[in-house]
Design a protein around this ligand. Structure first.
Ligand SMILES: [Zn+2]
Length: 342
């Protein structure tokens, strides 16, 4: 019998996690009490059930974020949540994590977008002081809202303080990446890194737009690239979008549990992760939202290993892919590589 893998001890790289999707339930309850925020329920179990639906769809799933963002409307709360994220990463064996959030969702009580960014950076930096975890911050804009250019400007403003990249998030349908072309052009002009939620539930067209119209360096999800493979699920070659993603080694930020929960995939067994891996795509595994999906990065790796009976070595390569795709400076990458992957 093969020895069980200690997933917590397995060095892991998180590239796709939302700050407002990964809070602790107890923190939500405490912050709500402290700041006088009304929650749908003050009962812990009920709240957990409400925020972590077993099955949903992307639009319903996103409604839970109204609850979490309601308790993240001041600098102190944002700093605490960011700090706890690093603490939770450390407990789970994540050695490098990139977290993302949309500053415009945290201005309901008068906090400025800049102050929101600074509070999160403070929390991450406090986390790094206490725990041996490297961190980075990605700023995203909700794709149905206006201020994407302003968010890109914020990325530029805080580029030397730990803000690494720009992203667009939220319900995809009807909001193609090209709507935010101006923001992506600004990022290109200022040599800022970018990623883009695309192909989570919509077809490969959005992935193509993210790459070709927006020049995104990574793809958030990209799961629906599989639609291009047709019923036979055979990867199309050079000249196809899959060929482009493979030849340019565009990192795909895949999130297994989240995709099943939002019905981006009918079941975990049908998730294209193993096929993408076999076809030589630059796949990475991520949590998306630890709270909403009741998961951790250790659990996601374990699910992948058990579902497809993968050798630990394959998952180690996935984590090395993720480190290569990280937006942090090369000296940070070298340090992590030397410490955890050599
Ligand atoms: Zn996401």
């Amino acid at each position: 019998m093969k020895a069980a893998i200690d997933w917590k001890a397995f060095p892991k790289i998180e590239l796709h996690e939302h700050l407002d999707g990964s809070l602790r339930i107890d923190t939500i309850l405490e912050l709500a009490k402290k700041d006088g925020v009304r929650l749908p329920t003050a009962e812990r179990k009920e709240l957990e059930f409400l925020l972590s639906p077993l099955e949903s769809d992307l639009v319903t799933y996103l409604k839970a974020f109204a609850v979490t963002t309601a308790v993240m409307q001041n600098a102190e709360a944002l700093k605490r949540v960011a700090f706890e994220m690093v603490e939770d990463w450390y407990a789970d064996g994540v050695v490098y994590g990139e977290v993302r959030f949309a500053p415009e969702l945290h201005t309901q009580k008068g906090l400025s977008r800049s102050a929101a960014v600074e509070a999160v950076l403070d929390g991450l930096s406090e986390g790094r002081r206490r725990y041996p975890v490297e961190t980075g911050l990605i700023l995203c804009t909700m794709r149905h809202l206006e201020p994407s250019l302003e968010t890109a400007v914020l990325v530029n403003q805080y580029r030397n303080d730990g803000v690494l990249a720009f992203d667009i998030a939220g319900a995809e349908e009807g909001f193609p990446p090209s709507l935010h072309r101006a923001a992506y052009e600004y990022c290109a002009k200022h040599s800022l890194s970018t990623t883009c939620h695309a192909g989570e539930v919509t077809g490969p067209d959005y992935i193509r737009e993210a790459l070709e119209a927006c020049g995104s360096l990574r793809i958030g999800h990209g799961t629906q690239l599989i639609q291009e493979w047709g019923a036979s699920r055979v990867p199309p070659g050079t000249g196809s979008l899959t060929g482009l993603v493979r030849d340019r080694q565009i990192p795909l930020e895949l999130c297994l549990s989240s995709n099943v929960q939002t019905r981006a995939c009918r079941s975990l067994a049908e998730h294209p992760f193993p096929e993408f891996l076999k076809a030589g795509l630059a796949v990475t595994l991520n949590t998306d939202n630890r709270l909403m999906s009741a998961t951790s990065l250790s659990r996601e790796l374990q699910l992948a290993q058990e579902t497809w009976n993968l050798p630990a070595e394959s998952l180690r390569r996935v984590e090395q892919n993720a480190l290569a795709a990280a937006f942090c400076p090369p000296d940070v990458k070298s340090r992590i590589r030397a410490k955890h992957f050599s």
